[in-house]
Design a protein around this ligand. Structure first.
Ligand code: FAD
Length: 446
């Protein structure tokens, strides 16, 4: 029996339960559908289009090596799969389950034709529940609840053979999708190798020595940089888990955040657009021309706060930003500039190669304090002390060359040190003033 294998954010051959199940039934037609103009779907951001192009090219190559093919189609996923079933005589569709609300809608619409498999989490989020059967809202409680499901299952091998159908359906050409940027091509600084082979190489050489401390230092390569590979499913989280050791608890706890965030969006599908705490709908965010100007300065890395500017420029140039700096830049936008977290979330969505509906929304709302897990609007990160604590100056020097010549003492706050270079902007707002404005806004929440 021929079946379709519907690929989405699971662009791999290793540990792919849907692929394994499909090969056991007979010939397999692997298909990727570009469906991001569907109502309710979040259009894939610019940086991720670049990644997707290369990842699909690599996957297509891997299937060819297995004497199979990757079929590419564009359009509504449900309609395209329905048409492909008719065209090929396929009897079923195999796929890995996803939790983005638009994917869940499509999965529902396909009904019994679709055979769903778990494979992109340490444990299926709907099975990790509180005593009353709901999703966890607090990470620490989630981590405790997850223990009953650990360790995750052993990863599956790549199927030995993938039987081909007698006749292949036609495929669109990847280059016709124009996923790569052209005028201008801003991807010059994207020093990444998308695809499963690189993800496998990274887990085979995973070095988590000193991760607990080094992960907070943005100038060091102290983290795995697996996030885009995990988002696109080029590697499974359980393969990553088993590649780490029992003593790498901090790392495993970070890895489990992905599972937690998908549990949150399972319970609250519009978490990417709605405050987790409805009371925050009354928060008086800034808007108007001055706020728009400040937003633009933040996006371009011209806020006058070197650590914030370094992070925003790293994001723009490389499509990735260090986690500690993601927290600092997000907090700065929300609290110092008093701009709605959704503006920042949207910018990250477009610029991050690892942009992920659940991870992005839950982290933005976590920093904002508008989410389900913490009520922390009043907790305001001080960017200057964060900068002094976590960067000896090397990170700022790398991303803000105007400041490269400053001393370690002056580099975190050149304005206060009285050595502001002519080509570097003064602060948009002072820390104390910003803090008072944010706290006053927080008090207005009813
Ligand atoms: P490592 O430290 O090596 O961690 C291993 C893996 O664990 C990561 O690849 C990632 O899949 C997962 N992970 C680690 N930390 C988190 C976390 N806080 N939340 C969820 N998963 C985590 N991560 C995304 O994958 N996509 C996003 O869109 C995203 N948006 C973010 C927005 C903000 C405002 C903040 C503060 C964090 C965001 N993160 C996001 C989480 C985190 O910054 C990245 O996952 C991490 O920096 C990726 O680098 P790494 O692979 O080297 O991480």
């Amino acid at each position: 029996m021929t079946t379709l294998l519907w690929l989405r954010q699971d662009l791999r051959l290793h540990d792919h339960p849907a692929l394994t199940a499909a090969t056991q039934e007979g010939p397999v037609i692997p298909v990727y559908i570009l469906d991001d103009d569907a109502p309710g779907a979040w259009r894939i951001g610019g940086a991720q289009r670049w990644w997707l192009h290369h990842s699909l090219a690599a996957l297509g190559h891997a299937y060819t090596k297995k004497h199979s093919r990757l079929i590419l189609r564009r359009g509504d996923a449900v309609a395209t799969l329905t048409a492909l079933m008719e065209e090929t005589g396929a009897t079923a569709i195999h796929a890995i389950r996803h939790y983005e609300p638009w994917w869940r809608k499509a999965e529902d619409a396909l009904g019994e034709r679709l055979c769903l498999h778990d494979g992109n989490h340490l444990a299926p989020p709907e099975r990790v529940t509180t005593g009353s059967g709901g999703q966890f809202r607090i990470y620490s409680a989630f981590w405790k609840g997850l223990q009953a499901h650990l360790p995750p299952e052993t990863p599956l091998p790549v199927p030995h053979t993938i039987a081909a159908p007698e006749r292949w359906p036609s495929s669109e050409s990847l280059t016709d999708w124009h996923l790569l940027p052209t005028k201008p091509d801003w991807s010059g600084g994207f020093d990444w190798t998308p695809g499963e082979a690189e993800a496998q190489r990274k887990i085979a050489t995973l070095d988590l020595d000193g991760y607990d401390d080094r992960r907070n230092m943005p100038s060091q390569e102290g983290t795995s940089r697996l996030s885009p590979h995990l988002h696109f499913g080029e590697v499974s989280p359980r393969a990553v888990w088993h590649a780490s050791g029992a003593h790498d608890v901090t790392f495993r706890k970070e890895l489990a955040w992905r599972d937690f965030t998908d549990g949150v969006v399972l319970a609250m599908p519009d978490y990417g657009r709605k405050n987790g705490r409805a009371a925050y709908d009354t928060l008086p965010w800034r808007s108007g021309a001055a706020a728009r100007r400040d937003l633009r300065a933040w996006q371009r890395g011209r806020t006058g706060y070197p650590i914030v500017d370094a992070g925003m420029r790293q994001l723009w140039r490389t499509g990735w930003m260090h986690n500690r700096v993601r927290m600092i830049t997000a907090s700065f936008l929300i609290k110092h500039l008093l701009i709605d977290w959704r503006e920042g979330e949207r910018w990250f969505w477009d610029c991050l190669i690892d942009a992920d509906y659940g991870n992005n929304a839950v982290n933005w709302q976590w920093v904002a304090g508008t989410g389900v897990d913490a009520n922390m609007f009043g907790r305001i990160m001080a960017p200057l002390s964060q900068s002094e604590k976590f960067d000896a100056g090397d990170y700022i020097r790398e991303w803000v060359p105007e400041l490269a010549g400053l001393s370690d003492d002056a580099i975190h706050d050149p304005e206060a040190a009285g050595c502001l270079p002519k080509d570097y902007a003064p602060k948009l707002i002072g820390h104390r003033e910003a803090r008072e404005r944010a706290l006053a806004a927080g008090r207005k929440v009813r």
